[in-house]
Design a protein around this ligand. Structure first.
Ligand code: ATP
Ligand code: MG
Length: 335
């Protein structure tokens, strides 16, 4: 059987090759504008000569090729191989144990919790861990960190990155150099950033983690719920497509609010409209116990999995120290 590209006219083949779109599946999933876009390429390249008709011919050929290619029994097993998604370690053994190895690079993972409970601290630690090599639980990739509320805590990240770099001296890490930060406080600019700017960053840099800290702050004050649902879907769909295409983890922070039924439990904000868009939901709470670390009395916190397709609803306790998120000392865990 001939190769997909070989059967195309040379001119159309050159267009596909110049964009490194080599398989029929890639041709179909690459947006038309990418073929027509001349801004990212030299004016002398063939892409400049690509017309809407050329794109149609290329996409038609890809669709025809896929429709006519008989399936082999072997190819039926390929989707199963893709199911083994990567994970980004939390850098804290207790949290990794309870989550099955960290945050999965699939769909949206939501971390919710009350103000000051440690959501941002956990995300900063993930932002460092994703840069670690595979054997240390990372993906060896950078992070896109979008703040919608507070200013990015760069000093705290520096403090934690110094501690992590000291933990792995043999790796000669530069953990501050691969964190790309954006501040977006309005919904319109956030969507514009995610839909238009983020794909460029994902193409140009190797990104293993996208963080939005937080979605709760952006969507909480909406009163037009239909419009809010539409914008949430737009944001979530873009993020889910990046997770699929670039095999990166996506973590969104959400806040909690008191339940209207008078119960003492807090519920994640944004209702069913948002919860249906996420794949995994975790919640951080304070545990009513404290632990002494280097003359400092620290509050014990708990990360609980509220739902996840691949992990049971487990929980693990942790502490936040100057070094970052750490598990409780072994003798305390046994008590
Ligand atoms: P918000 O919803 O307001 O953004 P949050 O859940 O993101 O809150 P964090 O900023 O992640 O909260 O956590 C703040 C807590 O982290 C502080 O209350 C403090 O207990 C702890 N913390 C921050 N820095 C340190 C440090 N250097 N040493 C020990 N604990 C720290
Ligand atoms: Mg925070």
């Amino acid at each position: 059987m001939t190769n997909f590209l070989e059967q195309l006219p040379k001119r159309i083949r050159d267009i596909a090759e110049s964009l490194n779109v080599l398989t029929p599946e890639e041709v179909l999933t690459t947006p038309r504008v990418k073929f027509l876009d001349t801004r990212v390429t030299s004016v002398y390249t063939l892409v400049r000569k690509c017309t809407p008709d050329d794109v149609r011919v290329l996409k038609d050929a890809a669709a025809k090729w896929l429709a006519e290619t008989p399936l082999t029994a072997d190819s039926l097993f390929k989707p199963l191989a893709n199911v083994r998604w990567s994970r980004v370690s939390f850098g804290c053994p207790a949290l990794d144990r309870c989550t099955g190895g960290g945050v999965v690079t699939r769909g949206i993972t939501e971390i919710c919790g009350a103000a000051g409970v440690g959501k941002t601290q956990l995300l900063l630690q993930l932002a460092l861990c994703v840069q670690l090599p595979l054997q240390l639980g990372g993906l060896g990739k950078g992070v896109a960190y979008i703040c919608t509320e507070d200013v990015f805590p760069a000093r705290r990240l520096r403090e934690m990155s110094n501690a992590m770099e000291a933990r792995y001296p043999q790796e000669s890490l530069n953990l501050m150099g691969n964190v790309f930060v954006e501040h977006q406080r309005e919904i319109d600019t956030l969507i514009n950033c995610v839909v238009n700017h983020l794909p460029r960053l994902l193409r140009q840099h190797s990104i293993g983690l996208i963080v939005i800290d937080s979605v709760g702050a952006i969507f909480r004050l909406f009163t037009d719920y239909l419009e809010r649902a539409r914008l949430m879907r737009r944001l979530a769909n873009a993020l889910i497509s990046y997770a699929d295409k670039y095999n990166c983890a996506v973590v969104c922070v959400n806040q909690v609010s008191s339940k209207c039924n008078g119960s003492s439990d807090d519920a994640p904000c944004l209702g069913l409209q948002w919860s249906h868009l996420g794949r995994t939901r975790m919640c951080i709470t304070r545990v009513p116990k404290q632990h002494m670390v280097q003359d400092q009395l620290l509050t014990v916190r708990k990360l609980e999995i509220l739902y996840s397709p691949e992990t049971p609803n487990d929980f693990a306790e942790f502490l936040i120290t100057a070094q970052g998120v750490v598990e409780l000392p072994a003798k305390v865990r046994r008590l």
